[in-house]
Design a protein around this ligand. Structure first.
Ligand SMILES: *Cc1c(COP(=O)(O)O)cnc(C)c1O
Length: 361
């Protein structure tokens, strides 16, 4: 079976070693004699998977003891509602930084649950940059400050946490989770659906600090309540066993094969630079969407001179096994998603194709 280079924004490329191990376990787990798709969630085996996955995440993120990790469903989009349902009691409010489509959607969903305020909205420049500290309109009584570390569609990524707020930070890290080290004590909560950088679709990892957990409303349904997830060790109902198992394999790959998040970040920076160098050296043929200081290491977004040239670019790319490069309709153009598991060879092939295509056009 031949594989192509998968530049999809998500579900996205996974490490080959992870897929191979899953392939072996698909028929029979060693010692159990049942498939990973058949195994019960109340078994010793799955208890081990949960504990190992949490321990791996804790080690990778250097997570202090006053944080809890839970595994939820409903994707990142359900978190858009779950967060205000848990944390915004009647009368309480939170600040939202909107730097792209996902932040915008999160703010819209939060408004269905509570009063929220927009601390910044980059819509005027079609979300091509991040706010400066001076541009943030922070309210003194905000329960939390919400932001999206990497806007997957626009390709705009925070290089460090937003400054100046007394409120706990809540971060949607869906598309750059585990791509670099984080200063976790700065966060009240951080969450990510797995299907960009951490596993397959079906599970969302949420990491919460104890003081936020203590502050959660008791009135939300059990299946949306963060404290209930902690209390039940994410086992109040049947969790997505297979998806969590793959997250375990991915975190093991990051620890053992990659050597941790600092190393992962180095690889990611190097890969992204190959593409941005081609864009910057193209004399305006390729036009990056994000302003240079705000560029994402995960999703590289750019335009070509016109729609016809873009179509020809995509066609030629597929002939070279470079797939799923079409940008989101709201930005247009090309989006190369080069998450952790995208091999160097894939990015090299894309960079040399881009250089060659420019010469021919
Ligand atoms: C993909 C993505 C989402 C939506 O995730 P779902 O699991 O499909 O709900 C939200 N935020 C960001 C930053 C994303 O990249």
């Amino acid at each position: 079976m031949e594989r192509v280079y998968n530049f999809s924004p998500g579900p996205a490329v996974l490490p080959i070693s992870v897929l191979e191990e899953a392939q072996r376990d698909l028929l029979s787990l060693p010692g159990l004699g049942v498939s990973v798709l058949e195994v019960g969630h109340r078994t010793k085996w799955f208890e081990g998977v949960l504990e190992t996955t949490k321990a791996n995440l804790k080690k990778l993120l250097n997570l202090p003891d006053n944080y809890q990790i839970v595994f939820m469903q409903g994707g990142s989009r359900l978190q858009f509602s779950t967060i205000p349902m848990n944390l915004l009691a009647p009368g309480a409010s939170a600040d939202y930084i909107v730097t792209g489509t996902w932040g915008q959607t999160a703010a819209e969903e939060a408004r269905r649950e509570a009063e929220i305020r927009i601390a910044y909205d980059g819509k005027a420049t079609n979300y091509d940059r991040l706010p400066t500290a001076a541009e943030l309109k922070l309210s003194p009584n905000a329960k939390y400050l919400y932001y999206t570390s990497n806007e997957t569609i626009q390709g705009v990524q925070f290089q460090s946490e937003p400054q100046g707020s007394q409120a706990p930070l809540i971060c949607d890290a869906s598309s750059d989770f585990l791509s670099r080290p984080l200063d976790m004590p700065r966060y009240g909560m951080l969450y990510a659906c797995a299907q960009k950088n951490a596993g397959p679709a079906g599970v969302t990892v949420a990491i919460l600090r104890d003081d936020l957990l203590a502050d959660c409303s008791k009135r939300v349904p059990t299946m949306l309540s963060y404290p209930e997830y902690v209390k039940n060790n994410s086992l109040a109902n049947t969790p997505p066993v297979f998806a969590i198992y793959i997250v375990m394999l991915v975190t093991r790959w990051l620890l053992d094969d990659v050597g941790g998040l600092a190393k992962m970040h180095e690889h990611n920076a190097r890969k992204a630079k190959w593409l941005y160098d081609v864009i910057d050296g193209s004399g305006g043929f390729y036009r990056g969407h994000a302003q240079p200081a705000c560029r994402s290491l995960m999703n590289v977004t750019f335009r070509l001179p016109n729609d016809d040239v873009e179509k020809a670019f995509l066609k030629g790319a597929e002939e070279r096994k470079l797939h799923y490069l079409k940008g989101h309709r709201s930005v247009g153009g090309i989006r190369a998603s080069i998450y952790n598991a995208m091999p160097d060879a894939g990015v090299e092939a894309l960079a040399s194709y881009m250089a060659e295509f420019r010469k021919q056009n």
